[in-house]
Design a protein around this ligand. Structure first.
Ligand SMILES: [Zn+2]
Length: 294
């Protein structure tokens, strides 16, 4: 069983301005070439062939008139949640949908209630750097507290981004310690091992039993990923790493290949190696019960 805990639902060309497609479809997202930002559900489904289950979502933009941080994954909360729910409902054995809200939206809690009620979505995705929200703000904590009380796992974008106006500090993994300390029952996935701040991520996941991190994106930079994996091994948190692709930034197939190749970046025969069993354990980790989704 392979579970991809982090994939993005399509944004459609008719809703993404051409200049935005051009701005985001660049090699800054991945050193391995241009990544599509606009694709279809059929393309999404085809990319998920190697995995048995996948968690799927998009990110809610700020309600008007707030300034948008340009990023083509974002859309109005109700629209992205409706689209995720419709697709997931058609493939209930494979896909699990998460909703997204904007924490500064006065109607955010009602949208969570609608998403988890009528729409059948089962967790919450936030990208606070793209949403231009301070992760320690009162509005953000209102969402976390609701999620903890209603047993909704949360996935946060963590670490860097090539988007110019996406605040690096709003996605810095160190802030998750404050959140997990205040809400110790909240199930959290910190995306991307917080790359390149993987040591900060490891410091957080090692002390909070319900905080995990996903390997997506981090695999795309083999030297950084090798160091992150060695650090995770040294700090004893390889068991907190969840398999994920961050489609379309990568695919499950590419992520599997790069994960299996992690030791290719070892700088010499005496350098640390990640044991094969530890790699296979990440590939086959049953992440759903860890997140309260079984
Ligand atoms: Zn993502």
């Amino acid at each position: 069983m392979i579970i991809d805990v982090h994939t993005h639902a399509p944004r459609f060309r008719d809703r993404v301005p051409p200049e935005l497609v051009a701005a985001t479809a660049n090699t800054k997202w991945s050193p391995h070439g241009i990544r599509p930002t606009v694709y279809t559900w059929a393309e999404y489904d085809a990319a998920m062939t190697p995995v048995d289950r996948a968690i799927c979502f998009n990110i809610a933009q700020a309600p008007p008139p707030a300034r948008q941080i340009t990023e083509s994954y974002l859309g109005p909360a109700a629209q992205v949640n409706d689209e995720t729910a419709a697709f997931v409902r058609a493939h209930p054995d494979k896909y699990i949908g998460f909703l997204s809200v904007h924490p500064d939206d006065p109607a955010a809690i009602e949208e969570i209630e609608r998403g988890t009620g009528d729409l059948g979505l089962r967790g919450i995705k936030l990208g606070l750097n793209y949403q231009n929200v301070d992760p320690l703000s009162e509005n953000a904590f209102r969402i976390y507290a609701y999620a903890e009380a209603h047993r909704l796992p949360m996935l946060f974008h963590q670490g860097t981004s090539p988007v110019q106006f996406a605040d690096l500090d709003y996605a810095h993994p160190r802030h998750m310690d404050r959140i997990a300390t205040a809400l110790p029952e909240l199930r959290v996935i910190m995306a991307h091992i917080g790359h390149p701040y993987y040591l900060d991520t490891i410091c957080v996941v090692r002390k909070h039993p319900h905080v995990y991190t996903d390997i997506s994106g981090a695999v795309l930079r083999p030297w950084g990923f090798y160091q992150a994996m060695c650090a995770a091994m040294e700090w004893g948190v390889l068991d907190k790493l969840l398999f994920a692709s961050d489609f379309p930034a990568s695919t499950p197939a590419e992520t599997l290949r790069l994960l299996h190749a992690v030791n290719d970046a070892a700088p010499g025969p005496k350098a640390l190696r990640i044991p094969k069993e530890a790699i296979e354990a990440i590939v086959h980790r049953d992440s759903l019960p860890l997140l309260g989704l079984d």
